[in-house]
Design a protein around this ligand. Structure first.
Ligand code: FAD
Length: 429
């Protein structure tokens, strides 16, 4: 489609969760004509709690939210750089509902609602010569039409498709098998013996919820440092499962246990069911490629993925990725050549592998690296970096879910200025 001069460039945002709302807001502010399609009936994605279960093996529920969840990051780092949580919330570690309320107020504040189409599912995205063909299924009218866009932001979230390891004997196990994606309430484990596999943020937190109802919980993991479960009387730590049996498992240290339920807290897979193969993106062992700076589709640089990196400060990284990509989408910066983008990607992979992270599954893991990444995005696109206080605060609260799970959520943070914060009323240097 030929654009007349002065005609606004059109942006399609897939999803209206934390990332999609941010992509929408910044695109509109950059003077683009943007629409966010959300397949659900409300905005907020992950933060919407629902105990509805999949109706059959083909059905999918989006959110992994469970009853009683409190955030594992303080709200002081969970706001957007230009829109913070209200000061009248006393706690730093808040409920999922408070996060959802915040996202709704973000949408109201920036007048995003008229640009969001609820119950509209993007079912196919295909590149044409100079734009994108996007098929959108309107659930309310059961109709599906193509719409054409200059740019696409993929913000479909990545906590929906469970990643369950292949463990010997799992088929033999006669008890209940589930993934944390469909965990909702601890009550169902009342008086039961439960094996939880994985000691990441979800595994640790769910163990702490389930142990209250369960008779006994076994927490199987291969962390090199032992999590603090001293306060959880009925939780026993175990190494990896060697094989499952009819009513339990044998662990790699030779011990055996019996239990009626196993819950895999083993993470998720990136999936992009609506992207056609000619979009040129592959997911190999959870490595989404080829992407420049973890977000730009090198094969079609008018498409960006927001929020793939993990072990990050989600809202801040989303906002930076969106502001970074918009500099290119609005023509204020020119993309490097395809060869240069590939070379940058290869160099990063070499650096990662060279640091010992040979696992493709960790290709988008950030942790400490995220601060180097933010610096890079800021430098390349000439955008504002995250504030030093966010970096410092994040350093103070990282990994607390492993060692201080019983106490860390009672900490109260206060941001004083761009550099400084208080923890429980005291300055931290
Ligand atoms: P989502 O919130 O998943 O939103 C994606 C949206 O896209 C959904 O609304 C979905 O319906 C929609 N969608 C998908 N496909 C389509 C399509 N084809 N067409 C139209 N719409 C589509 N982060 C924190 O900062 N602090 C925490 O304490 C924290 N705790 C967490 C606890 C749990 C259990 C989980 C799972 C995650 C947690 N996170 C936390 C991470 C959290 O997911 C991110 O912070 C953030 O909410 C992700 O936003 P998103 O927009 O990328 O994805």
């Amino acid at each position: 489609m030929i654009k007349t001069s002065g005609e606004k460039r059109r942006v399609c945002v897939i999803g209206a969760g934390t990332a999609g709302l941010c992509a929408l807001k910044n695109s509109l502010e950059a003077g683009l004509d943007a629409v966010a399609y959300e397949r659900g009936t409300e905005i907020g994605g992950t933060w919407i709690f629902s105990d509805e279960m999949p109706k059959d093996e083909y059905d999918e529920v989006h959110s992994s939210m469970y009853e009683g969840l409190r955030t594992n990051l303080p709200k002081e780092v969970m706001g957007y750089p230009d829109y913070s949580y209200p000061d009248d919330i006393a706690e730093s570690f808040i409920t999922s509902n408070q996060v959802l309320e915040f996202l709704r107020s973000y949408a109201e504040h920036f007048k995003l609602r008229p640009h969001i189409k609820l119950q509209h599912e993007v079912i196919r995205v295909r590149p044409r010569l100079d734009d994108w063909e996007v098929y959108v299924w309107d659930h309310s009218t059961n109709s599906c039409d193509p719409v054409y866009y200059d740019f696409v932001y993929v913000c479909n979230g990545h906590y929906t498709e469970p990643d369950i390891p292949d463990v010997e004997g799992l088929d033999l196990f006669e008890g209940e098998k589930m993934h944390s994606h469909l965990y909702r309430k601890a009550d169902k484990f009342k008086g039961e013996r439960v094996l939880i596999i994985g000691a990441g943020p979800s595994g640790m937190d769910i163990t702490n919820h389930v142990r209250v109802a369960a008779q006994q919980v076994f927490l199987s993991h291969h962390l090199s440092t032992t999590p603090n479960t001293a306060f959880m009387g009925n939780v026993t730590q175990k190494p990896d499962v060697q094989r499952f049996t009819k009513d339990g498992a044998v662990f790699t240290d030779g011990s055996t246990e019996s239990f009626g339920h196993v819950m895999f807290c083993t993470g998720y897979k990136y999936t992009f069911p609506c992207l056609s193969t000619d979009v040129g993106i592959q997911v190999i062992d959870n490595f989404v490629q080829p992407l420049w700076k973890h977000c730009i589709n090198i094969n079609h640089p008018t498409m960006a993925f927001v929020g793939l990196p993990f072990n990050v400060i989600p809202t801040h990284i989303f906002d930076m990725q969106v502001r970074f990509t918009l500099k290119f989408f609005t023509g204020q910066r020119k993309f490097p050549s395809r060869e240069q983008m590939i070379a940058d990607l290869e160099q990063e992979i070499q650096e990662r592998w060279g640091c010992g992270v040979r696992n493709q599954k960790k290709a988008h893991q950030m942790g400490e690296r995220q601060f180097v990444y933010y610096n890079e995005l800021a430098r390349i696109a000439g955008i504002e970096n995250i504030k030093p206080v966010i970096h410092k605060l994040m350093k103070d609260c990282g990994k607390k879910y492993i060692f201080d799970l019983d106490t860390y959520r009672s900490n109260k943070y206060t941001i004083v200025d761009d550099e400084n914060f208080l923890k429980n009323g005291k300055p931290i240097v």
